[in-house]
Design a binder for this molecule. Structure first.
Ligand code: NDP
Length: 486
């Protein structure tokens, strides 16, 4: 038998006789349809792309591990957090939000910060951003919000009118807009930024007692941001700057690391805290709920293949493990549906069976069939429940912890209308140089807005956060400064 080790084959495994010249009728052609290798090659090429993510399309990923440094089992029974020194493998995907798959990395945009912990009790996905808050707090506004970040339906251009119209009419965005327009709106690299779970989640311990929790990944590389002129230059010269930086750092053994901390709130505080703790446009002050260390995340291995690992990685804030549950945060509640639904559409109903998403824990489900069922599909094992054949069974100790609900079902707004205090607190903690750059960034972003009505409405929000903030933006735009009494 001839040596077959390096032999080019078709996807059905047959040796290819010629991969350079298609089969033609005579030397001039036309080309013969019976050249099935050619047909397969062209047809597969046409199908190389899966739909890009509608948000967070451009990203970079890496493998690593999480190591527990502080025992918090009094708050959660999550097995991967159960003992100091315990290591859990993980995969991280960083991303920009608004741009397309080929868009530039060094733009002003929040950065996605998604972590998949392959725990022994299934995958736990913490799907956050590099900001502790978000622009909106009810998922029903999300499609409209993202439309404003995308391209105009006629011109196919980015549209500052839509961006500022929406923000000025949605004042809950002010806190996040202030973060976005500050120096941290363009991180120097993916390594030099913090990560946040952003939402409030629930932790439940072995005794069934619960607390509210927020997650903070603190970069060990230190916060570093890009100067706007340099960022614009890099966006042209090296649009993949952040992707390249992450890959090269890991390839060179310079492994980035983050300290994971949490804030813990007793359940009953949620009724009396001065901000609604389930409102994702608000933080919990660290003076009220100080950071508690949990462990350390290290990224130490690059993907072997971008498409297989980074593009096909599917994260969902609904991928919980025992000991970690949802909160009533209305933005989180919408994401619990939307993320998995996006993956079913983009990657397929069996996306969780792909190698990058497959849990390292044993999976035993009654799901069968579906497109691209590439594992054994359960073989001949029992495929329904209840059954008399010893099929996998629920474990009552893993039921969601019961929680009380009350009220009248209706479409209701958050009853907390203070969109200004925390945005103002952020403005006031900035140095004079940081404030000047923040105002400059806002002014240059708002200048192209055509309607003064939109600009004035937004200036009034800045002014309510801090009169100096509003005054400086108004002056930069050459518009009237709001009166301090209103
Ligand atoms: P604290 O003084 O206790 O904490 C301030 C927080 O702001 C720290 O997390 C700090 O950590 C972070 N910070 C410092 N400089 C900047 C900056 N230039 N841009 C963004 N974040 C910065 O105050 P509070 O917890 O009461 O929060 C005050 C304000 O700080 C909030 O209104 C919010 O805007 C902002 N903030 C709060 C966070 C929280 O979870 N409480 C998290 C991040 C920001 P570091 O320098 O390491 O980022």
């Amino acid at each position: 038998m001839s040596d077959t080790t390096n032999r080019l084959t078709t996807s059905w495994g047959a040796p290819v006789g010629d991969n350079q010249n298609s089969m033609t009728a005579g030397s001039r052609g036309p080309t013969l349809i019976q050249d099935v290798h050619l047909l397969e090659k062209l047809a597969h090429f046409n199908r190389e792309r899966v739909p890009e993510r509608v948000v967070h399309a451009k990203g970079a990923g890496a493998h690593g591990y999480f190591e527990v440094t502080n025992d918090l089992s009094k708050y959660t029974k999550a097995a991967f957090l159960s003992e100091v020194g315990k290591r859990t493998p993980l995969f991280v995907r960083f991303s920009t939000v608004a741009g397309e798959l080929g868009s530039a990395d060094t733009v002003r945009d929040p950065r996605g910060f998604a972590v998949k912990f392959y725990t022994e009790e299934g995958n736990y996905d913490l799907v956050g951003n590099n900001t502790p808050v978000f622009f909106i707090r009810d998922a029903i506004k999300f499609p409209d919000f993202i439309h404003t970040q995308k391209r105009h339906p006629q011109t196919h251009l980015k549209n500052p009118n839509a961006v500022w119209d929406f923000w000025s009419l949605s004042p809950e965005s002010l806190h996040q807009v202030t973060i976005l327009m500050s120096d941290r709106g363009i991180p120097a690299t993916y390594r030099h930024m913090h990560g946040f779970g952003s939402h409030t989640f629930k932790w439940v311990n072995a005794a069934g007692e619960a607390v509210w929790v927020k997650y903070h990944f603190k970069t060990e590389q230190g916060i570093r941001n890009l100067d706007v002129e340099l960022a614009a230059k890099l966006a042209g010269e090296n649009p993949d700057y952040h992707t390249e930086d992450l890959f090269n750092a890991i390839a060179q053994g310079d492994f980035p690391a983050w300290k994971l901390c949490v804030q813990i709130m007793p359940l009953e505080d949620a009724d009396t805290y001065r901000f609604d703790p389930f409102d994702v446009t608000k933080v919990w002050s660290q003076k009220d709920y100080p950071l508690i260390e949990v462990g350390r995340m290290v990224l130490d291995r690059n993907p072997d293949n971008y498409f297989a690992e980074v593009e096909q990685a599917t994260f969902s804030p609904g991928s919980f493990v025992p000991g970690i549950e949802a909160s009533p945060d209305k933005m989180l509640q919408g994401r619990l549906f939307a993320y998995s639904d996006a993956h079913r559409y983009r990657v397929g109903a069996n996306h969780n069976a792909l190698p990058i998403n497959r849990p390292k824990a044993e999976t035993n489900t009654y799901q069968r069939d579906g497109q691209m069922r590439f594992d054994g599909n359960g073989g001949g094992s029992v495929y329904y429940e209840p059954n008399s054949f010893g099929g996998p069974k629920q474990s009552a100790e893993h039921k969601t912890a019961p929680f009380p609900v009350s009220g009248t079902a209706a479409s209701v707004a958050y009853d907390h209308a203070d969109h200004y205090t925390q945005a103002g607190d952020l403005y006031r903690l900035l140095s004079e140089e940081e404030r000047a750059r923040l105002v400059r960034n806002i002014v240059s972003a708002m200048k192209p807005v055509e309607k003064d009505e939109i600009k004035l409405r937004q200036i009034a929000h800045f002014h309510k956060a801090d009169p100096e903030y509003g005054r400086r933006v108004a002056e930069g735009l050459g518009l009237p400064v709001p009166r301090d009494d209103g």
